[in-house]
Design a protein around this ligand. Structure first.
Ligand SMILES: [Zn+2]
Length: 479
């Protein structure tokens, strides 16, 4: 039985679309009575419905009753090749990369890199992310496999090429080789529709000062994003202080490596002085609240950054690719870490997190003016969201409600660059479920053979150990 609220996905695959959604999320929030035209991969017209209809009499409008059309989310920090290992991270102490990711990545061959990245790309799209910023892979499998995977899935990707040269003791020949490779990578992807080249240094301590400065400069000159994990964990801040006498942000500042081309991941442990440095240099940050929740030492002071005009986006850090839950976590972490103790019940008023997950996020990752917003001329990266659900009945303030009550399963359609990539969570033009089955088998083998060091037991074992301890009375003398 069809209802007037049903949408036929076939209607969404025309080369030119005139959409009439009940709600449209513009920069200033969600409004009604608007229409959107999508042509050649971009929004070619946006405005009051009657005017847009009059301007395009040749187009058959697609009515989207009880739907919201909103910009796709930007994931400002991801590791596509690590996503399949997220189930290993539960309950683990910080600096997981040393004990889990590095051993795991070393065992990834081309086939696993390709399948893991493609499933991660699918997961991102399912969660409403139309752009993902990948911080680079240290896997022995080639970066080409990541490129193929994201392009086939139809995800917009800012892809970091790792430029680590090992530190100040590295050989000049290696430094030259790293920089030549970086230049080739940037040149190759100039002007591509979906793949945006970026350069990455995993953490400042794995590169020489010379390469840090050269990479930062090359990114600034080429208008591409430079990425690094900075001020994330206590251990890394202490290492930097002991070895170099400066905290990581201070060190990068002293080298002249900060600037609007740089996106630092995390920035959780920042002093007031470092906040000033970020502000003065217009350096961008990826605020990763779920990473803090799962494995962090602190929460980035994102509300303070917003107030100071420090540019930032929201990142998953390969934790959970659900845009709505990321919005919720962004607000929730600020509220618990900062708002609770000072009576700030608003903690950003809801809209702050929507803005930083969309147009502000696009700006932070170097794609401002290209995506992150429903406006004429922007690439058509957007979601059709079903807002006719019990959770939103009634909805007095849709933007706040999306943040606190919205859910991935309300996303009917995901469009990237004007093309319908997913319908109700799955691709229509390739077999997503078959790929998930293939990865399950391959990943299981990789996890079993990698020299991973987990600190905590899996939950069934942990439960048994704790229950046994309770039965023994925790070893305390009987009262
Ligand atoms: Zn990361």
């Amino acid at each position: 039985m069809t209802s007037p609220r049903d949408i036929d996905p076939a209607d969404l695959r025309a080369s030119e679309l005139l959409l009439l959604p009940e709600h449209l999320m513009l920069r200033g929030g969600s409004v009604g009575g608007q229409a959107v035209v999508v042509k050649d991969g971009r929004f070619s017209d946006v405005g009051p419905a009657a005017e847009v209809l009059a301007r395009h009499p040749q187009l058959a409008p697609v009515a989207l009753p009880a739907r919201l059309v909103m910009p796709g989310f930007i994931d400002a920090h991801h590791h596509l090749t690590q996503s399949f290992g997220k189930s290993l991270a539960a309950g683990e102490p910080s600096e997981i990369f040393q004990r889990i990711w590095v051993p795991l990545e070393a065992s990834l061959d081309d086939e696993l890199v390709y399948k893991a990245s493609k499933v991660a790309a699918l997961e991102s799209l399912r969660g409403g992310f139309t752009t993902v910023v990948d911080a680079g892979t240290r896997a022995k499998g080639d970066i080409e496999a990541v490129i193929d995977a994201t392009r086939e899935a139809g995800l917009r990707c800012v892809l970091g090429l790792i430029c680590n040269d090992g530190g100040n003791q590295s050989e000049p020949a290696l430094r030259a080789e790293v920089m030549a490779r970086a230049e080739r990578f940037i040149a190759r992807w100039q002007g591509d529709a979906l793949l945006h080249a970026s350069l990455a240094i995993s953490v400042p301590e794995v590169a020489s000062d010379e390469v840090l400065v050269a990479v930062s400069r090359l990114c600034a000159e080429s208008a591409v994003l430079f990425q690094s994990h900075v001020n994330e964990h206590l251990a890394s801040v202490e290492r930097s202080l002991v070895r170099r006498g400066k905290r990581p942000i201070e060190l990068l500042d002293a080298l002249g490596a900060l600037g609007p081309q740089l996106l630092i991941a995390h920035g959780t442990l920042v002093t007031p002085h470092e906040l000033r440095i970020l502000q003065d240099t217009d350096t961008a940050v990826s605020y990763n609240p779920v990473a803090s929740q799962w494995k962090g030492n602190a929460v980035a002071p994102a509300l303070q950054m917003a107030e100071l005009g420090i540019r930032f986006g929201l990142g998953t850090d390969a934790t959970r690719s659900d845009g709505f839950r990321l919005l919720d976590a962004a607000e929730y972490a600020q509220r618990l870490a900062f708002g609770l103790s000072i009576g700030d019940f608003s903690s950003g008023g809801g809209w702050t997190w929507l803005d930083h997950a969309t147009h502000q996020g696009a700006d932070a990752v170097g794609l401002g003016g290209l995506t992150g917003e429903i406006a004429i001329g922007r690439r058509a990266d957007f979601l059709i969201v079903d807002v006719d659900v019990p959770e939103l009945c009634p909805s007095i303030d849709l933007d706040w409600d999306l943040l606190r009550l919205g859910n991935r399963d309300q996303i009917d359609a995901v469009f990237v660059d004007g093309a319908l990539r997913l319908w109700r969570g799955w691709p229509l033009d390739w077999d997503g479920r078959a790929l998930v089955d293939e990865l399950r088998e391959l990943a299981g083998r990789a996890i079993a053979t990698a020299p991973i060091q987990r600190i905590h037991a899996l939950s069934p074992q942990d439960r048994r150990q704790r229950l046994a301890r309770r039965e023994r009375g925790d070893g305390r003398p009987a009262r």
